[in-house]
Design a protein around this ligand. Structure first.
Ligand code: CR6
Length: 755
């Protein structure tokens, strides 16, 4: 590849010097450069191709990431710096795509990066949501969801001429396709993210201020939002329409491309493998069978056999709410042909295994999508060792008894290109200096452990944290309007708002700390607690938790006794870009879910990689982090997953009894003390208070005391910076396991078998 000369490009494109060029035009220049480079990369083109089908891909901004993957980032950055420009400021002109929700979508994005980096032939397939999930605004300390209009200004979508008809029960729609290039790091080839859309979409329907729209106007509105509100019948139907639209397009594309590469369709499994990311794409199973039989003349039994050897399923949760079950009647309405095939598949499964616990269609005529995946896929995996064990031993045990060979674990991972190289350049260059540059492609950071007692390296590591904090503070000031003290301990919990993740428990800690400071116990360093995350619009308690956090933030900021020592910040519209600023700056990583409930977590890995210390329950991948770094380099607390499972099984958890302990009552009742309530929304605060006191389904009160003690130990330990930085270094040195390149190698070696 020719070398890059930005000075020359600036002259050619704008007739001015690079120094004189404003950030917006530099941004345009870089976009063009990346597009041109990427266009010259041929597609990976192995015989067998992976289709990673997912309802979400939380890809984040792409400019910097693509420059890294194309191998031009350092060159570009150096030239810009020399000309007095700041790449972070230039990146602000890029709009972040809104195609995902949380960890599952971000995982899919890391996976695409690693699939391309390993030179594997595999595309992501999903939908092109015009307004994404939603954009989060805070109004009166409450979340307001508005459409996220990201599509207007983006420069990343490339038109593709594939177009298909998708037949629903009483009408048909036509699709169109756009692609996003996914170059691989250190490769000259690329893959793509394929996003289907309605040819007849009408995105003028949504007024800027509301996410409400007519859910019956499928042919206009199908691809407006990711996860449209499913609290009513129409909303649930819309989700099924979306899912069927997604997989019908994916299946038609897959068959077309396999035929192009020489498949006679009897051998389709030699040409394609499908990874079903959570249950949303499950209907790809009956859809492939439908296409093979009705369009391509293959016998039903053979079609079933073919499909059974080419689809694999990943489970991401044991929470019942995310294990989809649809009424057969709803599936019949969306696609009678698919419903018929599901009925036949259910008969086959019942003939093979006469056990109501593993039925696809239960006695209420409800279709269990995960059950279809397990019977008619060849593989099912969990996303962390503990999660997979829970699937095997309890949640999916009857299936494990039938098909032990189908089960495996694939602990999640993250791409180091985005999460160190791009997000934490200071740390990346320190690593280059200390252990050489191989880690960028191998993910191997273990050599860093040799420097655990090297004072110079520890000091330089501390300096990278200072630098990351400066970038974060600048972001917070400019984008969020908050000033964070430069000497503050940065304590972060960023993830979707959900009771099982227990943001409410951290809120109770904040109340405790507030009262403690009021009592005169002033921390040596100020503590800034940062939250970020969206709550599903129909999830009332999660909205109440956001309200509590924002009300506490304001209450504390207004108390001059406490404000200099404690600060609470909730990032508005937390997204990948915000994550890239905040995670490298963190000292403490909050991973405090109720044990057994967080399947894996992936922010835990990003924080560890960036040298934060983890404060956690033994849940999800935290268990693996703890094993790797050893007890003295992590802070764990709380009931074990076994204990929690037992409490649920016995039905003996008693929130009320715990609430009555004086130390706990004081914290919970703070939420409804009249002066505090007067500053917020009384209905929300009262409801949340009553829920914690009376139900507390995710057992925050069970772990709160030990959590407070452990956190105080963490804060005290921070004061010994030498020991702290040593722990941070050990964490980074052990993070290599969590490279998504490792995860993808395992998927490929054990499931996909691509060349
Ligand atoms: N919320 C899990 O809860 C896991 C990701 C990716 C989740 C989380 O622990 O890290 O998937 N599950 O595997 C679902 O979205 C259903 C998540 O993102």
């Amino acid at each position: 590849m020719p070398q890059i000369n930005l000075t020359e490009l600036a002259e050619q494109s704008f007739g001015t010097s690079l120094e004189q060029l404003d950030d917006r035009r530099i941004y345009k220049l870089l976009v063009k450069l990346v597009q041109e480079r990427s266009a010259t990369c041929p597609l990976n083109n192995g015989k067998k191709k992976l289709y990673y089908i997912s309802a979400e891909f939380l890809i984040g901004k792409l400019l910097i990431n693509n420059m890294i993957d194309l191998g031009i980032y350092d060159e570009v950055k150096d030239q810009l710096t020399a000309a007095g420009h700041d790449l972070n400021k230039i990146e602000e002109f890029e709009v972040e795509p809104s195609l995902g929700n949380g960890g599952l979508g971000r995982l899919a994005a890391c996976f695409l990066d690693s699939i391309a980096t390993l030179g594997l032939t595999g595309d992501g397939v999903g939908l092109n949501y015009h307004y994404g999930l939603f954009r989060q605004r805070f109004v009166d300390n409450q979340q307001k969801a508005v459409p996220d209009e990201w599509l207007g200004e983006q420069d990343i979508l490339v038109d593709d001429d594939h177009s298909y008809t998708v037949e629903f029960g009483d009408f048909a729609v036509t699709s169109k396709l756009v692609n996003i290039d996914v170059p691989g790091y250190g490769q000259s080839t690329k893959n793509r993210l394929r996003l289907f859309d309605l040819a007849s979409v009408d995105d003028g329907l949504v007024p800027g201020s509301s996410i409400d729209f007519d859910k019956t106007e499928i042919a206009k509105n199908l691809t407006l939002f990711l996860y449209p509100d499913d609290s009513d019948e129409q909303g649930r139907l819309l989700r099924i329409y979306q899912e069927y639209f997604m997989v019908s397009n994916a299946a038609q594309l897959l068959i077309d491309e396999a035929v192009e590469r020489g498949s006679n369709l009897h051998d389709l499994a030699d040409y394609a493998v499908v990874q079903i990311n959570d249950t949303h794409p499950t209907m790809v199973i009956p859809e492939l069978i439908r296409l093979l039989t009705t369009e391509h003349g293959i016998e039903f039994d053979e079609a079933v056999t073919i499909v059974r050897s080419m689809v694999a399923y990943t489970n991401h949760t044991i929470l019942a709410e995310a294990l989809e079950k649809w009424p057969l009647a709803s599936l019949q309405k969306v696609s009678p042909a698919i419903a018929d095939i599901i009925v036949k598949l259910d008969e086959i499964a019942k003939a093979e295994h006469d056990d109501p616990r593993v039925a696809i269609i239960d006695k209420h005529d409800t279709v269990h999508m995960a059950h279809m995946d397990i019977h008619f896929g060849f593989s099912i995996n969990g996303v962390a060792a503990l999660h997979t064990k829970i699937l095997e031993d309890t949640e999916l045990h009857p299936f494990y008894e039938i098909y032990p060979e189908k089960f495996s674990n694939k602990t999640n991972g993250i791409t180091f290109r985005r999460w160190v190289h791009g997000a934490n350049p200071a740390l990346a260059s320190l690593l280059d200096d200390v252990i050489g540059t191989d880690w960028r492609s191998t993910g191997d950071l273990s050599k860093l452990a040799n420097f655990a007692d090297d004072k110079d390296v520890l000091e330089r590591l501390a300096a990278t944290k200072v630098e990351a904090k400066a970038i974060m503070r600048q972001f917070m000031a400019l984008e969020q309007g908050v000033t964070i003290p430069s000497n503050a301990i940065i304590d972060v919990q960023v993830k979707r708002i959900h009771e099982y993740k227990r943001q409410q428990m951290l809120a109770l800690y904040i109340i405790w700390k507030y009262l403690d400071i009021k009592n005169g116990n002033r921390p040596k360093h100020p503590v800034t607690i940062i939250f970020g995350g969206k709550a599903a619009p129909a999830y009332t308690i999660a909205q109440d938790i956001i309200h509590l956090i924002l009300t506490l933030s304001q209450w504390i900021a207004n108390d001059p006794d406490v404000a200099p020592y404690l600060q609470v910040v909730m990032i508005e519209n937390y997204n990948v870009t915000a994550a890239e600023r905040v995670i490298p700056a963190a000292d403490i990583s909050e991973q405090i879910s109720l044990a057994s409930k967080e399947a894996s977590g992936t922010s835990n890995m990003k924080f560890m990689l960036n040298g934060a210390l983890t404060l956690c329950t033994l849940d999800g991948a935290n268990v693996e982090i703890a094993e790797l770094v050893g007890d003295e380099n992590i802070y764990t607390f709380g009931a074990s997953s076994k204990q929690v499972e037992q409490l649920y099984a016995d039905g003996t958890y008693n929130a009320g009894a715990l609430y009555r302990k004086p130390g706990i009552k004081l914290l919970v009742d703070f939420i409804t003390n009249p002066a505090f309530m007067a500053t917020g929304n009384a209905e929300r605060l009262q409801r949340l208070h009553d829920d914690i006191k009376g139900k507390d389904w995710f057992m925050a009160l069970l772990d709160i005391e030990e959590y407070i003690q452990t956190k105080e130990r963490v804060l005290a330990d921070y004061e010994d910076q030498d020991t702290w930085m040593r722990k941070a270094l050990i964490n980074i040195a052990n993070a290599g396991t969590f490279s998504s390149d490792r995860t993808i190698s395992q998927y490929n070696d054990e499931i996909w078998h691509l060349n």
